[in-house]
Design a protein. Structure first.
Length: 373
């Protein structure tokens, strides 16, 4: 090969190497962002935000050099503000919110311009339920539907204490009332089937709503049996069950057990022979014994309820009073949980149930953790 040919080949190889370096240079592939964070504010309370309008709204990384996602494509996701930052771009400063996905800090978090967001829950959001107790300041008319879609209605009397959950839907706050928590006497007057719930408009806004004037928020009555140990439904559903059953545990979950109930409207009820297995009440079930609670006292883990007449089937005590407090019954929460694992023929656990322990008039009772059943 001639000297000229060698020089030409060397020039070609040098040019190709330079071109290859230019195409793969990190400085070219990832251009430095022209955005700079100049101020950060962190929030201890998570406030919900949603996207305004229907156009493209991008979530960026902190340096504003990479799009994480387009929020327009996630209309049902609920976002919460974790931080606000001021990003400087050229001579302009713009405020961005760091958003995190509701309940998940590890996934999909990034920065969105404040001007593209509105405070509150989005129009497609439904949830955020919180259970509480309320006392009616007037009679309350209710309308609901049966399992056969028949419309039924009735009225709850003034002074009734109800358990209910507020929840957000369509950017308003609603009230889901638990009729299951009421006594058979009250439900029979309502003509509502057991386990039917009734929804009422609570407030025309979804943030910091005020209770309507017919409701007075109250503390949970002390005689209410506490929710099962691990049952998270108690936080969000007004229908969590606090029924008690004789014995320390149930050997078979599908057996029919007597039921002891203490209702939100102040009754103690005993059902000796419920209709269904798994200890669910039928709307046709009548309590074997029922008394209106006229007074109650608490001391440590023990609650004592008072009523006018002997509660058949229980070791209550005569007080000697001539008033409506002639009998009393002690309820002791032993704050002890027994966990039972059920196994198949191969020894594999297929069900785990936790039983809370109580003494009612010295007689053992238990409730059930429905989380895993």
């Amino acid at each position: 090969m001639s000297k000229r040919s060698i020089n030409l080949l060397f020039s070609i190889l040098l040019f190709c190497s330079a071109a290859a370096y230019t195409m793969t240079s990190p400085a070219t592939a990832n251009a430095k962002s022209s955005y700079k964070i100049v101020k950060i504010k962190t929030y201890s309370t998570r406030v919900p935000f949603y996207v305004k309008g229907s156009g493209n709204v991008y979530m960026w990384n902190a340096s504003h050099s990479k799009k994480i996602l387009n929020l327009k494509n996630h209309p049902r996701s609920q976002w919460y503000r974790a931080k606000s930052v001021i990003l400087k771009h050229g001579s302009s400063n713009r405020v961005y919110y760091k958003l995190v996905l509701g309940g998940h800090y590890r996934f999909w978090q990034g920065y969105v311009r404040r001007s593209q967001l509105a405070k509150g829950y989005g129009p497609n959001y439904s949830g955020h339920a919180r259970v509480g107790y309320y006392k009616l300041t007037r009679a309350l008319q209710l309308t609901g539907r049966t399992y056969h879609n028949k419309v039924v209605s009735g009225s709850l009397p003034k002074g009734t204490i109800i358990r209910a959950a507020t929840y957000v839907s369509k950017q308003k706050t609603w009230l889901n009332i638990s009729l299951d928590g009421l006594s058979h006497q009250t439900r029979s007057k309502l003509n509502f089937m057991l386990y039917i719930t009734s929804d009422l408009l609570y407030a025309n806004k979804d943030l910091n709503p005020q209770a309507p004037n017919y409701l007075t928020p109250v503390s949970e009555p002390a005689y209410i049996i506490p929710a099962p140990q691990r049952d998270n439904d108690a936080k969000t559903s007004p229908n969590w069950r606090t029924d008690l059953y004789p014995g320390k545990t149930s050997e078979y979950w599908d057996q029919v057990l007597p039921i002891l109930r203490l209702t939100t409207d102040g009754y103690v009820e005993y059902y000796a022979h419920p209709t269904f297995q798994n200890s669910y009440l039928s709307s046709n079930d009548n309590p074997t014994a029922s008394e209106k609670i006229t007074h109650y006292e608490t001391s440590g883990n023990q609650t004592t309820i008072y009523y006018a007449n002997h509660l058949d089937g229980f070791n209550d005590q005569r007080t000697g009073s001539n008033t409506d407090q002639q009998y009393k019954l002690t309820i002791e929460n032993q704050k002890k949980v027994v966990t039972v694992n059920k196994r198949d023929a191969n020894g594999t656990i297929f069900s785990t149930t936790s039983y809370g322990q109580f003494l009612i008039g010295g007689r053992p009772f238990h409730n059930l953790d429905y989380t895993d059943d």
